[in-house]
Design a protein around this ligand. Structure first.
Ligand code: GLN
Ligand code: ZN
Length: 764
C-alpha cells in the first residue's frame, strides 16, 4: 500500500479563529483558557478534516500560536534572560519573545525575526550561548499527539530537527566571539531523546523530523553531526521520517542516504529532477521514500496524472510499501480551503487547490498508486484530468500582444541612454535639489481615517468620487506637511494604497484575488497574496493621476512611487505554467509604461521599490547567478524607458548585500535608499570598495519603532556615513516608509532629519 501524508497545515483556522483569539488575548479580552480552547477547536477541526480527505499520516504538533521555531525554543528552555523575572506566565513569556512586551512596567523588545528559507514566513530566531541550559519544559509533541488521539485521529507528530533548530539560531549577545550554536548539539540531544522516547511511549509509530537545512549548501558541513545525531536518536525514537523541503538534496544525498532513519522525504515540487538519484541511492536500504508531489508552496491544482507517473517510478523501484505520497512541504504557505471563496468564478476556482483540497489530492494519488478500485477515487482522478485540461486550454489562450512584446525585448531596452554622470547633470538642472537632499521612502502614516474611508468605499457607503476627494485632501495635507518641515524631494504619501503589491495587482490584467486566502507572514500577521493567473498587462495608467495631482499642489519636485516587478512577483503566487522570468518581464513592461507615463505627466523623479529582490535569492548559491540575471534586467527594463532627465530611485528594506553588490550596482538607479540605521555602517565600505558612483541614501533613522531620533543622533550618523561615502553622493532619508508610524513621531523625526541635513550642508 502506498500511504498518503500531509507535512503540516495552516494554523489560522478556516475563519481566522486563531488570529482573532490570539489578538483578543493580547488585548486582554480573552483568558488564557479561552485561547487554549479556541486553539484546541481549530486543531481538532484540522486533524479530523485532513483525515476525512483520506490522508493516512496526519500531522500534529505543527500547530502554533505564534511560530513553530519559537515553540521549540520555549519547550527547550531557550529563553533569553531579558524575558525572565517579570512575573509573566509561560504563555506571556512566549508572546513577549515573539512580539515584545511593553506594559505594567515591563519593557522588552521582540526577538529577531528572519525569513523562513525562501518563503514569506518569518520565524523567531533562537538565541544560544555556551551556558544555554536546555530542559524539556513541556513536550508539545506528546501533548498534541494525545490531544489528536482523544479527538479520534492517530497522527504522525512533527518536530523540527536538532540540526536545523541550532542552524537557524544565532549566538546571543553575551556569547563568546567564537561561539557557534551547532557546538551545543551534544547538550541538546538528550532533550530530543527524551522527547522522542516519550512520543514512542505515547504510542506514536512514526515521527516526522524536519531538517530543511538539508536543501542548503551549508548542510554538507554538518554531515558528521547528522550521522551521529540520527544514530543516537533512531534507537529510542518512533520510526523517523526525515524530511527535506523547499529544494533539492544535491550532494547532501551522499550522507543522507546512509542515515539510520526509517523514511526520507524529498520535495519533488521544487526539485522533481532529484527523484532518480534518490531512488538509486536508497534502493539498497530499507528507507521508505516520501514523495512531495503536491506543492506546499503554491495554490495550483496538482496535475494528478503527472504525479502518479512520478509515484509509479518509485513504486516500481522500491515497492508500494516503501512509498508515501505527500505534500512537498507543510501547507503553512497555502490558505485553508477554497470552499470559502465565492467571488472567484467557477472557472477560476477550478484552477486552484488550497490546503484542504491538497490533502485530498495526496490521498487520491496514493489510492490510485495502491490500485484502489474505489469509484470515488476514479471520479476524483477523472475530475482532475478535466480540470487540468481546461486550465491548459486557458493557458494556451495567451495574450498575444503581451507575448509578442516580451519576445521583442532587446538588451538595449534596459540600458539608460547616457551614463550616470551625464544623467546627473541633466537631472540636477531639472530638479534643482540641494546637496544632501532630503526625501522619504514614500508612505506617510496610514491613519485610521484612511483605512475607514477605504473600507467605506469597499462597502459602497461612499462613492468613488467622494473617496477620490478624500484621498486628494490627504495628499494635499501630506504635501503641505513636507513643505512645512522643509523636505526637498516630496512624495504623495501613498494614502490610496491598501498594500504595495495588492494595489498594483488590482490594477493590472492577469491577477486574481481571494477573499479568504490568508497566509501567515509572522505571528498573527497574515497576508492575502495576489495570484498571477495569466499574461500581465496594464490596461491604463495606475498612479499618474495621484502623482500629477500631488505635483500640481506644490512647486517642489514630486517623486512618483511604484512597486518593482521583482517585488510584485515575489509577494504574489506566481503561475506555474510560465517561468518566473517571463512573468517578471511582463510586469516590467507594464511598469515601464507607467514610468514613461509619469515622466510625460511632468514627474521628474520616480522610485521603483524592490524590497523583495534579495529575499528572492534561491537557496542554493549555484542558482543565484541565473536569478540575479533576470531580476536585475527586469528592474532595468522597467526603469530605462525614460529620458536622461528622469531621476530613478529604488529602495531596499535591507542592507545585507555584500554578497550581491555587483547586482545592486548593475541596477543603475540614479538614487538608492537602503536600511542602514539598524546595522552598523560597515556596509558602506562595500560601496566604497566597489567604487559605487550613483547616489545613495542610507537610512538615517529606524522607522520600525516609534522612538524619535534626536537631531544630534542623525548628525552623528551623517558624519559617520561621510567617513566612507563621498559627500556629493549622499541623500538624507529615513530607512523605510512611514505607513506604520503615527503623525506625532513622524513630524518630530523628520524635523530633526531636515535640521541635520542643513547642518551637513554647512559643515561639509
Ligand atoms: N514605498 C513604500 C513605502 O514607503 C516602500 C515600502 C517597503 O519598502 N516595504 O511604504
Ligand atoms: Zn523599506
Amino acid at each position: 500500500m502506498v500511504a498518503s501524508s500531509v507535512l503540516g497545515f495552516p494554523r489560522i483556522g478556516a475563519n481566522r479563529e486563531v488570529k482573532k483569539a490570539v489578538e483578543a488575548y493580547w488585548a486582554g479580552k480573552l483568558s488564557a483558557d479561552e485561547l487554549t480552547k479556541a486553539a484546541a477547536d481549530v486543531k481538532k477541526t484540522s486533524w479530523t478534516s485532513i483525515k476525512a480527505q483520506g490522508v493516512d499520516l496526519v500531522p500534529s504538533g505543527d500547530f502554533s500560536l505564534y511560530d513553530h521555531v519559537l515553540d521549540h525554543s520555549a519547550a527547550f528552555n531557550v529563553i533569553p534572560k531579558r524575558y525572565l523575572g517579570h512575573n509573566l506566565s509561560p504563555l506571556d513569556v512566549y508572546f513577549a519573545m515573539g512580539r515584545g512586551r511593553q506594559a505594567d512596567g515591563v519593557d522588552v523588545p521582540a526577538s529577531e525575526m528572519k525569513k523562513w528559507f525562501d518563503s514569506n514566513y518569518h520565524f523567531v530566531v533562537p538565541e544560544f550561548a555556551e551556558d544555554t541550559d536546555f530542559k524539556l519544559v513541556f513536550n508539545k509533541a506528546v501533548e498534541e499527539f494525545n490531544e489528536a488521539k482523544a479527538a479520534g485521529v492517530v497522527t504522525r507528530p512533527v518536530v523540527l530537527g536538532p540540526i536545523s533548530f541550532l542552524y537557524l539560531g544565532k549566538a546571543a549577545k553575551g556569547a563568546s566571539p567564537n561561539f557557534k550554536p551547532i557546538s551545543l548539539l551534544p547538550k541538546l540531544l538528550p532533550i530530543y531523546k527524551q522527547l522522542l522516547a516519550d512520543l514512542k511511549s505515547a504510542g506514536a509509530e512514526w515521527v516526522q523530523i524536519d531538517e530543511p537545512v538539508l536543501v542548503l549548501d551549508a548542510a554538507l558541513n554538518y554531515q558528521s553531526q547528522f550521522a551521529s545525531t540520527y544514530a543516537e536518536l533512531a534507537p529510542v525514537s518512533p520510526k523517523i521520517m526525515l524530511t527535506s523541503y523547499y529544494g533539492r538534496l544535491d550532494s547532501n544525498l551522499s550522507f543522507v542516504a546512509k542515515l539510520p532513519v526509517a523514511g526520507l522525504h524529498i520535495d519533488l515540487d521544487r526539485a522533481p529532477g532529484q527523484l532518480d538519484e534518490v531512488i538509486a541511492a536508497i534502493k539498497p536500504t530499507n528507507i521508505v521514500l516520501s514523495l512531495g508531489v503536491v506543492s506546499g508552496r503554491n495554490i495550483w491544482k496538482t496535475d494528478i496524472s503527472a504525479a502518479i507517473k512520478l509515484g509509479q517510478k518509485a513504486v516500481d523501484a522500491l515497492g508500494a510499501d516503501r512509498v508515501v505520497i505527500a505534500t512537498s512541504s507543510s501547507l503553512l504557505h497555502t490558505p485553508v480551503t477554497l470552499a470559502a471563496e465565492n467571488k472567484l468564478t467557477a472557472e477560476q476556482k477550478d484552477w486552484f487547490s488550497f490546503a484542504l483540497e491538497k490533502a485530498k489530492e495526496v490521498a487520491v494519488i496514493a489510492a490510485v498508486l495502491s490500485g484502489s478500485q474505489d469509484s470515488k477515487v476514479a471520479e476524483a482522478l477523472e475530475a482532475n484530468k478535466t480540470s487540468i485540461a481546461k486550465r491548459r486550454e486557458f493557458e494556451r489562450s495567451s495574450d498575444d500582444a503581451v507575448r509578442k512584446r516580451v519576445a521583442a525585448i532587446t538588451p538595449d531596452m534596459w540600458v539608460r541612454k547616457s551614463p550616470f554622470a551625464v544623467r546627473r547633470e541633466i537631472q540636477q538642472k531639472s530638479l534643482n535639489l540641494p546637496k544632501f537632499a532630503t526625501t522619504t521612502i514614500g508612505s506617510f502614516p496610514q491613519t485610521k481615517e484612511i483605512r475607514t474611508a477605504r473600507a467605506k468605499l469597499t462597502k459602497g457607503e461612499i462613492t468613488e468620487a467622494q473617496y477620490e476627494d478624500f484621498i486628494k485632501k490627504e495628499i494635499e495635507s501630506v504635501v503641505r506637511f513636507q513643505e512645512k518641515i522643509g523636505l526637498d524631494l516630496l512624495v504623495h504619501g501613498e494614502p490610496e494604497r491598501n498594500d504595495m503589491v495588492q494595489y498594483f495587482g488590482e490594477r493590472l490584467n492577469g491577477f486574481v484575488f481571494t477573499q479568504n486566502g490568508w497566509v501567515q507572514s509572522y505571528g498573527s500577521r497574515y497576508v492575502r497574496p495576489p495570484i498571477v493567473v495569466s499574461d500581465v498587462s496594464r490596461p491604463g495608467p495606475i498612479t499618474t493621476q495621484w502623482s500629477s495631482y500631488a505635483q500640481s499642489v506644490t512647486d517642489r519636485p514630486m517623486k512618483g512611487m511604484l512597486t518593482g516587478p521583482v517585488t510584485i512577483l515575489n509577494w504574489s503566487f506566481p503561475r506555474a505554467d510560465v517561468s518566473r522570468e517571463v512573468q517578471c518581464q511582463q510586469l516590467s513592461l507594464a511598469l515601464r509604461d507607467e514610468v514613461i507615463d509619469l515622466e510625460k505627466a511632468g514627474i521628474k523623479a520616480v522610485q521603483v521599490d524592490e524590497p523583495a529582490l534579495r529575499e528572492g535569492l534561491p537557496l542554493r548559491k549555484a542558482d543565484w547567478e541565473e536569478y540575479l540575471r533576470w531580476s536585475v534586467s527586469s528592474f532595468k527594463l522597467a526603469t530605462a524607458g525614460v529620458t536622461d532627465a528622469l531621476q530613478t530611485h529604488s529602495h531596499f528594506c535591507y542592507s545585507d548585500f555584500d554578497d550581491i553588490f555587483p547586482s545592486i550596482q548593475a541596477l543603475d538607479a540614479d538614487v538608492i535608499s537602503i536600511e542602514a540605521s539598524k546595522s552598523d555602517l560597515k556596509l558602506l565600505n562595500t560601496f566604497k570598495q566597489y567604487g559605487y558612483s550613483n547616489q545613495i541614501g542610507p537610512g538615517v533613522y529606524d522607522i520600525h519603532s516609534p522612538r524619535v531620533p534626536s537631531e544630534q543622533e542623525i548628525k552623528d550618523r551623517i558624519a559617520a556615513m561621510l567617513e566612507t561615502l563621498p559627500d556629493n553622493l549622499v541623500v538624507i532619508n529615513p530607512d523605510c516608509g512611514l505607513k506604520t508610524r503615527g503623525w506625532k513621531e513622524t513630524e518630530a523625526s523628520l524635523a530633526n532629519l531636515v535640521n541635520a541635513a542643513r547642518w551637513a550642508r554647512q559643515t561639509y
